[in-house]
Structures are given as structure tokens and as C-alpha cells.
Design a protein. Structure first.
Length: 119
């Protein structure tokens, strides 16, 4: 399984970004998919996850109502639409698959994409 995240960048507080994660083969419909983030000096934390069915999505309380997880099976990709961004959302964002998601450790990780939110 290969995962490649993209879409990070610099945005002002209140702005929006959309992260993409391109996956190998049929990963997104085969595994539970997730997004995590790691802020400078902090541990990696859970952001959101989607069940294989695509019908159940979990969000961390800190992003609920602002972030939206979506999936495109035809493109074998998942996305994280991030709205109303705050400086505390600044982090390296990682997509992940499988394993113990949404509550445990994923089996597979992509490389991160940096999101910087300026105040």
C-alpha cells in the first residue's frame, strides 16, 4: 500500500485548504482511511477517519464542523477539506490506512504535507 499526501501550504486564519491523498490500487475502498497531524513539538494526533463503507466518518473534536473527509473510489483517493482554519491547525498532515483505525494505529502511512496557518 502506498499513500501520497499533497495540498498543504500557507493560509491565513479563517481560510481553507483541501488535502489530497492518492493511494495505490483499491486501497481507499479496502481499508479504513484516516488523517493524522503532528504539530511542532507535539505528538501525532488523530484528525479524521472513514470506514470502508464510506458511510461512517469520525472526527476529532477539535476539527468537527470545520473539516470534511471525502473519498473518490474511481480515483483511489481521499480528501480532507479544511475550513475556518486556525493557527493551532498548523501541523504536518499524514494520511493513513488500515490497522487499528479509527481508534488504533494504522498499518500504512503516507509522507506528510505541511499546513501552516498564519494569524
Amino acid at each position: 500500500v502506498q499513500l501520497q499526501a499533497s495540498g498543504g501550504g500557507l493560509v491565513q486564519a479563517g481560510g481553507s485548504l483541501r488535502l489530497s491523498c492518492a493511494a495505490s490500487r483499491r486501497t481507499v475502498s479496502t481499508y479504513v482511511m484516516g488523517w493524522f497531524r503532528q504539530a511542532p513539538g507535539k505528538e501525532r494526533e488523530f484528525v479524521a477517519a472513514m470506514e470502508r463503507s464510506g458511510n461512517v466518518i469520525y472526527y476529532a473534536d477539535s476539527v468537527k464542523g470545520r473539516f470534511a473527509f471525502s473519498r473518490d473510489n474511481a480515483k483511489n483517493a481521499v480528501y480532507l477539506q479544511m475550513n475556518s482554519l486556525k493557527p493551532e491547525d498548523t501541523a504536518v498532515y499524514y494520511c493513513a490506512a488500515g490497522g487499528g483505525l479509527p481508534t488504533g494505529v494504522p498499518d500504512y502511512w503516507g509522507q506528510g504535507t505541511l499546513v501552516t496557518v498564519s494569524s
